[in-house]
Ligand binder design. Structure first.
Ligand code: ZN
Ligand code: ZN
Length: 72
């Protein structure tokens, strides 16, 4: 499961799970402003591309319940 980091690694701005943020394949997490203006969509840690993180609108527990029900 994707770790939803709550802070931009560059400026420490908050990036809660239901807000827009950008991540690389190693889950380095950046706010939209740093992604665009500071890093030009390239992760400064691994040089991988930064893509928009899917937002998480429901709690892990509530989705796990749905997943269990579908298996039955
Ligand atoms: Zn930032
Ligand atoms: Zn990275």
């Amino acid at each position: 499961m994707l770790k939803m980091k709550k802070q931009c690694e560059t400026c420490n701005a908050e990036t809660p799970a239901d807000s827009e943020a950008f991540i690389c394949s190693f889950e380095c997490t950046f706010c939209p402003a740093c992604t665009r203006d500071t890093h030009q969509q390239v992760c400064p840690n691994c040089q991988g591309e930064l893509i928009r993180r899917p937002r998480r609108l429901r709690s892990v527990a509530s989705v796990a319940q749905v997943q269990v029900r579908k298996k039955v």
